[in-house]
Design a binder for this molecule. Structure first.
Ligand SMILES: [Zn+2]
Length: 81
């Protein structure tokens, strides 16, 4: 589904430990995986407060898309969309 990074458009990417999910040189995480695999990239809780350097995540999780920003250390959701 993703030919290039949905955040910056680059095709330069590294593999993550989930096949089908990649990390772009801009830091964005994108690809397709299932819910269990997605847990390491996106948490289920909201981040509270100001996040200085959120990480862009764009994943097709079990067929439905999540895209937004997470706090890199905790993977808590900063913003959806
Ligand atoms: Zn990118």
């Amino acid at each position: 589904m993703y030919k290039n990074c949905p955040c910056c458009g680059s095709t330069e990417k590294r593999n993550t430990n989930v096949s089908g999910v990649f990390k772009c040189s801009c830091g964005a995480i994108y690809g397709e995986c299932n819910k269990a695999e997605a847990d390491q990239f996106v948490g289920s809780k909201w981040y509270k407060g100001q996040c200085e350097a959120p990480e862009y995540v764009d994943l097709i999780i079990d067929g439905s898309r999540f895209h937004g920003w997470v706090e890199p250390a905790t993977k808590k959701i900063v913003q959806v969309g």
